[in-house]
Structure formats: C-alpha cells, structure tokens
Ligand binder design. Sequence first.
Ligand SMILES: Cc1cc2nc3c(=O)[nH]c(=O)nc-3n(C[C@H](O)[C@H](O)[C@H](O)COP(=O)(O)OP(=O)(O)OC[C@H]3O[C@@H](n4cnc5c(N)ncnc54)[C@H](O)[C@@H]3O)c2cc1C
Length: 367
Amino acid sequence: MTKQVVIVGGGVIGLLTAFNLAAEVEQVVLCDRGELGQESSWAGGGIVSPLYPWRYSPAVTALAHWSQDFYPQLGERLFASTGVDPEVHTTGLYWLDLDDEAEALAWAEREGRPLSAVDISAAYDAVPVLGAGFHRAIYMAGVANVRNPRLVKSLKAALQAMPNVSIREHCEITGFSQDGGRITGVETVDGVIAGDRVVLTAGAWSGDLLRPLGLELPVEPVKGQMILFKCAEDFLPSMVLAKGRYAIPRRDGHILVGSTLEHAGYDKTPTAEALESLKASAIELLPALADATPVGHWAGLRPGSPEGIPYIGEVPGWEGLWLNCGHYRNGLVLAPASCQLFADLLLGREPIIDPRPYAPAGRLVRE
Ligand SMILES: Cc1cc2nc3c(=O)[nH]c(=O)nc-3n(C[C@H](O)[C@H](O)[C@H](O)COP(=O)(O)OP(=O)(O)OC[C@H]3O[C@@H](n4cnc5c(N)ncnc54)[C@H](O)[C@@H]3O)c2cc1C
C-alpha cells in the first residue's frame, strides 16, 4: 500500500487530488509555495464547461462531461461538510453570433448535450439586459458556474479536517530526491519531504520543476485578465458569450467579465489596456454596465498545454513520479474527472474513463 503521497502545488487540481487520495492512503502531504488555491484556481471564471466545447478533442470532452455531472454533488458534499458553499450556480449559457454554429449543433447532437439554436428574440426575452445588435443565439441548458475562490476555500477546509492530511503552505519545492531511477521525495529549502509517490500539480509551473530531470513538459503560462462588477442579484439570469468574451453571474449579483489570452511569461500584472478592452466587451454584452465601475481586476496564469489535454499518470522512467497538470483553460471544469482518474490510476483501480489520451508516456520530450 502507498504510505505517503507528496503533492506539489495546491490549486484546484492538487486540492482535489489530495481529497480523493486521503481516504485511500496512509498519509498525504500537500505543499504550496504560497497559500493554497491562490493562483489560477482563484483567478478563473469557473464556467463548468469549456468555452467552445465542440472545438476540443474527445479527450477533453470525456473529462468535461464526467465533471459536469459530478459538480452539483461535489458542491453539496463540500458545503455540508465544511459550511463553505462553492456555489455551483446553474444558469445555462447563450453563445451569440457564432461563426461555427453548425459545428456546435452537430457536436451537441453527437454528444447528446442539451444545446440548441434559439430565436434571437427568445434570447432577448430571457436576458433583457443583453446588448442590442446580436442576430443569432444558441443556448445550452444546465451549464453551471462554480464560485472558484469558494471552491478552493471549501476544499482546503475539508482537507484541514482530515487527520492524515498535512498541509504545508509557504513551502516551495525546489527539486526531487531520487534513488537511481526512483523518485523518493521532494526537496525544499527546509530539507527533504519523503514520499513513495510524488504528484506534480503545480499548474503553469509544472514544466520548470521537471526540467532538472531532463524532461521537457510542454506546459507554459498563459495569462488571463478578468474584471468584476457588482449588480443586483437578478441582473443577469444566464451566462452570455460573444466574440470570445463572456459574462458570468454569481448568485449574489457579482458579474465576472473575461478574459484575455496573453503569452507574457510569468508576469501577472493587470494592465490598463486589458481593463479598457474588457470594459468595452462588458458594455457590448451588457450595456447597463457602462454606468458601473469594476470592483475588481486581476490576472492569473493558466497552465497552457497542447490542445489543452492534461497530463495524468506516471512519468515513464521515473518510478514514483506522477503528473496531474496542464489543464489550460479548463482546469475548473475538468478537475473532478481528472482527479478521480488520477486516483484510479495511482491506486490501481478500474479507471472512470480511458486514460490513454492523458498518459505522459510519449508526450514528454527527454533531453
Ligand atoms: C482568467 C482565467 C479564467 C479562467 N476561466 C476558467 C473557467 O471559466 N473554467 C475553467 O474550467 N477554467 C478556467 N480557467 C482555468 C483554470 O483556472 C485553470 O486551468 C486551473 O485553475 C488550473 O489549476 P491548477 O491547480 O493546475 O493550477 P493553479 O491553480 O495555478 O495551482 C498551481 C499551484 O502550484 C503552486 N506551485 C507552483 N510552483 C510550486 C513549487 N515550486 N512548489 C510548491 N508549489 C508550487 C502554485 O503556488 C499554485 O498554487 C481560467 C483561468 C484564468 C486565468
């Protein structure tokens, strides 16, 4: 039996990995160089769907579907056990004036998803605050958003209540300890933490950590900026998306508008240019926001990976080293399935879905 699992990185992926493993192994140590859940998993919008699900590979779709079905029960379970509600808010989502509407509808038909074309007047009836000038709409019922800062808070509270989980915040992992081809723990400035399994869930920073082992993991930071408004609770009844920009209503009337897609290394400084561009998108979608002042503006670093397909499984050639990273734009929606699949693989259980598309083997370049 696995005795001690050390998890490197406490975003939603590390948190949920720890949560799933805690009941099955003797000891879990979850390390983050900052505080848990304060990077991309805090910064994201929390739409429980890829933005354009039909544009992704079946590998992403399989994880997304499993997670979408699972989110409501995850939210209820965490709320019941911690008192912190992740607010899984089912609002549906309108896509407006899409170029690839036919592909979207064909995908929905194939996948059996509740997405259909609606008359634009029906969209305006359902979302009276929607800006003028849109001509076409498709709508998917049942799409939710999760209040991701609350999700990470409730996961942290759930882990704090588990006696065999040790949380180490402000604990930066600087390397791996090894014995021949076997990883035996992690190195920190305060010494080694031993583990018979080490799991890399360090989001956008995962590639840097693997490089000293001579492995090239194509995961890179992709900056995303977002702005926040506070409106009346019933201001926006559904999520809306046009020209790559979206508005997400939280239950209490906060409206998130995002997001930019920037290749700027590890810089996550919010910029005046993005603020203006996001405000313009907000006003185009919801003109009433012209009179409102954003109450927040921030940036986060997505763990960008080829085709957004995460790496889930053991690293070939390095026994004991496992990956669960590279979720790019969809880490919040994909987290429940990714972390369930991960636990299945590590524990040698029947996996929930075919694990092959996510296997690190063949997708890492050895220097
Ligand atoms: C603007 C924006 C909007 C988004 N919207 C959505 C959305 O609507 N839906 C969706 O599904 N996804 C969305 N995402 C993507 C989603 O946020 C990410 O895919 C997801 O949060 C990745 O989770 P993670 O745990 O892998 O990474 P992170 O949350 O970044 O966590 C990685 C952790 O590793 C830690 N770490 C790094 N290096 C070390 C080290 N050396 N030692 C110890 N700890 C370390 C970091 O401190 C960090 O806490 C969005 C992202 C952004 C930026």
